[in-house]
Design a protein around this ligand. Structure first.
Ligand code: HAM
Length: 434
């Protein structure tokens, strides 16, 4: 027999299998809860958009120049799989012109042609929120507070909030030019990997990990000397707000972030438990010029995005936020013709219990094994004698293996009581955390 070809997931992508996917889904719900409490509504935008939407992210950005999954569709249009959400949300705002402030949250897959490693994939998932239409620094505080609440909800503790300001758009332009001039004047001292960034994205050299480059930038122009009084007061109000809400932060003047559109407040939540290159759980900031870039009126905006994969890696590292228990609570063993298993699982599910069974007329031994493997709390057993008597044997599978014979008509109520008395079902064990 010739061997058939088999396929694997493409490089930088993965299957999210059921136990992981349940945890993933729980994280989305936790995010939804915090976003909705703060007045943000769910927005779905297409997974692909006109390439031009993402070009507006800035031609100095790796995401645009090197990592875009772009393609020409059958109608000859140049499209791209979305590499991030903010440009798409701004496109949607310009298209629909909703009343402001427009507060939305989103989640889903995003695509960047990157070198895959732990916490860095070509298809990854983000949770994000954006508030469009207000320049009030209290919106910055609200946005950061939502992120902080999500981190708290999943139990992450070893997290650092770094903030910085880029000032207004004019400041950013003037500062970028000054940094570029300074880097050019000292180019030989820069690490080779940073030299290539000087022309297109000089600010990225500020957060270089190389000491030689850091020495150059430390001696160079400092952003605080370029900030207007209005930008300083905006940033001070953000700091006062975070303090009032009890959100700890550190100011990091080297924080610039990878996308070109930021103005004023920038922030990142970093996980100390993760490796330095992939430790940003969540990042965001203001983008007061992006709506205009996309053809809309001059409109301020701010938001952030959080990587689902990285959040779960950080939860693993801190041993928090276990997968919800999706194992069946009840396993129905039927060694007659399967009719009782069919009907009992249906009845149990209708009363809100996770119930499962074996198929294909397996032996008692095989069904019992399946019940044990499933992790169910109780097995219901129907053999010839139970069928004849109108009863069901109810056997506990976890702590004790005691068995009771219950009338078929009472069995669902009885199971409900057994499960209510069984604490094990809502407490996943350590090995469930993966
Ligand atoms: P970003 O910093 O490019 O910002 O991505 C945000 C988060 O998405 C990162 O902190 C990380 O957790 C996750 N992430 C990014 N790339 C990957 C990858 N290749 N693999 C796994 N996770 C990844 C943005 O996307 C902005 N749109 C954030 C924003 C919203 N700014 C304002 N509003």
């Amino acid at each position: 027999m010739t061997k058939k070809n088999t396929f694997q997931t493409p490089i930088g992508t993965r299957d999210v299998e059921p136990a992981d996917a349940a945890r993933w889904q729980a994280l989305i719900s936790a995010f939804q809860n915090e976003a909705e409490l703060a007045g943000y509504g769910l927005l779905h935008t297409p997974i692909f958009e006109d390439l031009g939407v993402f070009r507006r992210l800035g031609e100095g950005t790796d995401v645009v120049t090197k990592e875009m999954y772009d393609f020409v569709d059958k109608g000859g249009r140049t499209m791209a799989l979305r590499p991030e959400g903010t440009a798409a949300v701004c496109r949607s705002f310009v298209q629909h012109r909703p009343p402001t402030p427009w507060k939305v949250w989103y989640h889903g897959p995003f695509f960047r042609y990157e070198s895959p490693q732990a916490g860095r994939q070509r298809q990854f998932s983000q949770l994000g929120i954006e508030a469009i239409g207000s320049a009030d620094p209290d919106v910055d505080v609200e946005i950061i507070a939502v992120a902080a609440k999500v981190l708290e909800a999943v139990g992450l503790k070893r997290v650092l909030l770094l903030i910085n300001t880029m000032g207004d758009a004019d400041t950013r332009v003037a500062y970028t030019a000054a940094v570029r001039d300074h880097l050019k004047a000292n180019i030989t001292e820069l690490d080779a990997s940073d030299r290539v960034r000087v022309d297109d994205h000089p600010l990225r050299v500020l957060d270089s990990k190389h000491m030689s480059s850091r020495d150059v930038t430390t001696r160079g122009p400092q952003l605080r000397d370029f900030l207007s009084a209005a930008a300083i007061s905006h940033f001070e109000r953000v700091q006062t707000g975070l303090g009032a809400l009890g959100i700890a932060f550190a100011i990091e003047p080297r924080l610039v972030r990878g996308l070109d559109y930021y103005t004023h407040t920038l922030f990142e939540f970093q996980a100390s438990a993760l490796d330095g290159a992939q430790n940003t759980l969540c990042g965001g900031g203001r983008y007061d010029g992006l709506v205009e870039e996309l053809g809309g009126p001059d409109t301020p905006g701010i938001g952030f995005a959080m990587g689902i994969e990285r959040m779960l890696l950080a939860c693993d590292a801190e041993r928090t936020y276990p997968a919800p228990d999706i194992r069946p609570q009840v396993w129905v063993i039927d060694v007659t013709d399967g009719t009782s298993a069919r009907d009992l699982t249906h009845q149990l599910r209708a009363s809100g219990h996770r119930a499962d069974r074996s198929f294909d007329g397996r032996s008692m031994r095989s069904q019992m094994k399946a019940a044990d493997r499933s992790g169910a709390v109780v097995a219901l057993i129907v053999g010839d004698s139970e069928l004849a008597d109108g009863t069901v044997a109810v056997r506990r599978l976890r702590e004790s293996a005691d068995q009771a014979i219950i009338a078929r008509t009472d069995v669902v109520a009885h199971v409900a009581q057994v499960l209510a008395e069984s604490p094990a079902i809502s407490t996943p064990k350590d090995e469930d955390i993966q």
